[in-house]
Design a protein around this ligand. Structure first.
Ligand code: ADP
Ligand code: ADP
Ligand code: ZN
Ligand code: ZN
Length: 842
């Protein structure tokens, strides 16, 4: 009897996660299934929150007894049953978990292969013994340069860095690195007791005293008489006068190093870092490895040099070695063995790099650290890595893989998804991009609206048939003849002023000059890696903020090593010439998280929470108990739950597995203590209010003007489905960006602001995109300038002006290929954007 090819369906019954309305559906296996619907309709709740979560839970249950014991604490998706579900691999964009020490080489595992190649087939200098593969990694004791511990840089704390102005006295804070406020005064008073003159310029102090103050490892405790002069202290000690307290001195350098190493506060760490100077390690020349490892060569290069080459060049390098070796090549068996090893590793490297090139990532180098990659680039790297994992029978769940991709790159992405499918896998994709939806075998359309108004299956069937589904909003965009999705006519804007950039150098931009219209909407386009972000999010931001004297805010990174990586100074070279008169303020609306802790959420970020807390403090119950507004903050000790300190969750460590958060058992995740929760406003306590969606809160607070106005703007950017207390860690990059936009929109507009946006359509269904465009047009009509990096042709076609960067990626890009109005660009033969744009005009 012939083997029957089994390909049963996945059957889901009673899915109720988040806003899903108890839905039943059947999805085929081994197909490309696209989940669509407007933002907030429940696509992710179905694909990630239900299907992936359940697959993951079953997997953990099967591998780990320890994890099983925790399951009553881990959240189980709200669903009656799922059958036919294969094991799942998620390739998600949010919360990448990329650590600073991970790089393109490590996430793709190409670094492992390269180390093997160098270890087994590298050219060793005469007489040197073989080095094991780990010896080529700067992250192991075997490989790390002993001088810089594998960092490639030496961090020093010097007199110059701690005392930037030596004409100041200690009282005038000559030692800039000392702690601020009282603690700094304390150090000064201790030195006074020790007989050091704190009122003469630093440079006039004897060198021995200066060195002791800066570098001593001693920590003497002495009596302190605050405010006394040197002489008064001496007299007081002689007279055995009672001192205020005993103060302990700490050397200035030690204070800096200790703060950097141990402080819990990112701000303190950052401040400490600013007194450290980093310079290339002289021993390894910044290559991070021991001398012996660097002496091993392949094609005349050490492994660090290879790590700095773009993937594209690596393929040219390894390609020739990948061809099969025959015995005839070389009769010397010893040599043959080495050749065979080289051939095997090179073939593997070649095949893996090939996929990355297909996905348009050929411009990346192996040493590039993952925090500097965009979420889309990282997701595509992970995807490329999967193609060679030889897995089959699994379901890959992806989150908007087209993000960051020019339409010209999207084809390659689809090829890779097809390949994974042909290997016998199921592909589930949450996606808005029309080209990807068109490529699907099967479409699950969730809707109709967002949040409470969504959560239903509008369409579940073969892709082609969605056309007949009258109700589906998505169908209207897939078949625009039934419902026009073309750029609407809009008044033509004729810019009079231009912001001119000249001689720009950054990443792959080499001596680039470009003019950007003021008082207009500009889209910057180009394939992935062409240099759009380098121009817009880096150079333009740096130059304009410097010209305006506006400080750049950097979101605080999580760990000390992240800080070291980020310290790369603002280094865009270039000049701003005209047009600054039209710009008084710069606002960057990017996709960086608005906070990475459970402590920041939608309500706190948009400043909504202050008036809400005041409202609670004003209730009779709160007045009677003398509760002020601070009582209703989960960041203040008096009102919050003491067990979880207001986080609502507690962390559970799992052996060998990532730790998981579970709801705090004391406050059941409400974040507050029982006394605080007794106070209600319109029958809801503060935790209930944080549980409301923006839509619900709009009704609830309809009489409170400040609050409802803020809520309205959040609604207008399509986020009415978010809960007020939704913590920043649960937001996607696109949602974070729209919250920033909403916060900005509710500020009073006086024009003359330059808004810089990074792919604002991420996470947006075409119907949401129209709303976004209306918002942006309103900003421009009010006299502001909008410049954005964008791939969505609907937005690009609707802009006033386009700057197309390219033509290729990396060193093959970085030039202005074309600039002009959408109509002009669509006719430009050199622009790779033109053909896609054309379809949206006319
Ligand atoms: P989509 O993927 O279609 O944009 P989601 O599935 O993310 O939509 O969201 C659907 C609904 O579920 C929204 O109302 C959203 O606020 C809610 N939701 C999403 N994540 C969570 C969560 N972690 N906890 C509670 N509600 C959530
Ligand atoms: P796009 O935004 O068009 O995708 P980018 O501006 O991000 O392109 O990248 C242009 C080039 O600059 C690429 O070769 C990329 O690898 C390089 N590049 C971008 N950011 C960095 C960085 N932080 N460090 C090193 N190289 C970078
Ligand atoms: Zn070194
Ligand atoms: Zn608690």
């Amino acid at each position: 009897m012939p083997m029957q090819k089994k390909s049963s369906n996945i059957i889901i019954k009673g899915a109720r996660e988040h806003n899903l309305k108890n839905i039943d559906l059947e999805i085929p296996r081994d197909k490309l299934v696209v989940f669509t619907g407007v933002s907030g309709s429940g696509k992710s709740s179905l694909a990630f929150g239900t299907l992936y979560a359940e697959a993951q839970r079953r997997y953990l249950e099967s591998v780990s007894l320890y994890a099983r014991r925790l399951f009553n604490q881990m959240s189980i998706p709200e669903v009656d049953s799922i059958s036919g579900l294969p094991p799942a691999v998620a390739l998600q964009q949010r919360r990448g978990g990329a650590s600073a020490r991970s790089s393109v080489g490590s996430v793709t595992t190409l670094s492992n292969l390269l180390r093997m190649l160098y270890s087994r087939a590298g050219d060793y200098p005469k007489g040197q013994g073989i080095i094991y593969a780990e010896g080529f990694s700067p992250n192991t004791p075997e490989g790390a340069c002993e001088n810089c511990h594998g960092l490639g840089k030496i961090y020093e704390v010097t007199e110059k860095s701690m005392v930037p102005d030596d004409s100041k006295t200690i009282r005038e804070r000559a030692i800039a690195s000392w702690p601020t406020a009282w603690q700094g005064q304390n150090q000064r008073d201790i030195l006074t007791t020790m007989g050091i003159d704190v009122d003469i310029p630093w440079k006039e102090l004897p060198k021995k005293e200066r060195d002791w103050i800066l570098y001593t490892e001693e920590s003497p405790s002495v009596p302190v008489y605050p405010g006394y002069t040197k002489e008064e202290v001496q007299r007081a000690i002689k007279a055995k006068k009672q001192f205020d307290y005993m103060g302990t001195f700490i050397g200035a350098k030690r204070y800096v190093l200790q703060t950097f190493a141990t402080s819990q506060s990112q701000l303190m760490k950052k401040r400490a870092l600013s007194f450290m100077t980093g310079s290339e390690c002289p021993v390894c020349g910044g290559k991070r490895l021991k001398k012996q490892a660097l002496s091993v060569k392949f094609e005349g290069m050490d492994i660090a040099e290879i790590n700095r080459k773009p993937l594209k060049e690596l393929q040219q390098l390894f390609g020739p070695y990948a061809r099969p070796v025959s015995k005839k090549d070389n009769p010397n068996t010893d040599h043959l063995e080495k050749k065979l090893v080289t051939q095997r590793i090179a073939a593997d490297l070649d095949a893996r790099i090939e996929v990355m090139l297909e996905l348009g990532l050929g411009y990346l180098t192996l040493e590039r650290s993952t925090p500097t990659l965009s979420p889309g680039e990282l997701q595509r790297l992970r995807l490329a890595t999967q193609v060679h994992s030889n897995l089959f029978g699994v379901v890959y769940v992806l989150d908007e893989p087209s993000a960051g991709l020019h339409p010209a790159d999207t084809k390659a992405l689809l090829n890779i998804l097809d390949r994974l499918k042909q290997d016998g896998n199921s592909i589930f994709v949450v996606e808005h991009e029309i080209e990807v939806i068109r490529h699907a075998d099967w479409i699950v359309d969730i809707g109709l609206g967002a949040g409470e108004n969504g959560g239903k299956v509008i369409y579940n069937g073969p892709a082609a048939k969605i056309r007949d589904c009258r109700e589906s909003v998505t169908a209207g965009y897939l078949y625009p003849e039934t419902q026009s999705a073309k750029a609407k006519d809009k008044p033509e804007r004729k810019p009079e002023q231009w912001l001119e950039l000249e001689g720009v150098h950054k990443n792959n931009l080499k001596d680039l000059s470009v003019a950007i219209p003021i008082g207009a909407m500009t889209s910057v386009t180009g394939i992935s890696g062409s240099g759009k972000s380098s121009l817009v999010s880096q150079v333009l931001v740096e130059l304009v903020s410097a010209a305006l004297g506006q400080k750049l805010e950097v979101t605080a990174p999580e760990s000390g090593t992240d800080l070291l990586e980020q310290q790369a100074p603002a280094n865009a070279r270039g000049q701003l010439i005209g047009g600054l008169k039209g710009i008084k303020r710069l606002v960057l609306v990017d996709q960086k998280p608005i906070g990475r802790t459970l402590r920041s959420n939608l309500a706190t970020y948009t400043d909504l929470f202050d008036p809400v807390r005041k409202l609670f403090a004003g209730t009779p119950a709160a007045k009677k108990k003398r509760y002020d507004a601070g009582r209703f903050s989960f960041n203040v000790a008096k009102g919050r739950c003491a067990n979880c300190q207001g986080e609502g969750q507690v962390m559970v460590e799992l052996l060998f597995l990532p730790s998981v958060y579970t709801p705090c058992p004391v406050c059941s995740g409400t974040r507050y203590n029982a006394d605080t929760l007794q106070v209600t406003y319109k029958d809801k306590n503060i935790a209930d209010v944080l549980g409301l969606t923006v839509d619900e809160a709009c009704d609830f607070f309809d009489k409170e003007l400040t609050i409802s106005r803020a809520l309205e703007t959040v609604k207008e950017v399509g986020l009415g489905y978010l809960r007020l207390g939704q913590s920043a860690t649960e937001l996607s990059g696109g949602e974070a960006q729209r919250i920033k936009l909403a916060t900005e929109l509710q500020r009073t507009q006086n024009g003359s602001t330059l808004y810089i946006l990074d792919e604002p359509t991420t996470g947006l269904h075409p119907s949401d995109v129209e709303r976004l465009m209306a918002q942006l047009n309103r900003l421009v009509d009010a006299g502001n300038t909008v410049v954005m990096v964008e791939h969505d042709m609907h937005v690009v076609a609707g802009s006033d002006f386009i700057i197309d960067i390219g033509p290729g990626a990396g060193s093959a890009g970085g030039k202005v290929v074309a600039r002009g109005t959408p109509a002009e660009i669509s006719n430009n033969k050199n622009s790779r954007t033109a053909p896609y744009l054309k379809a949206y005009l006319s």
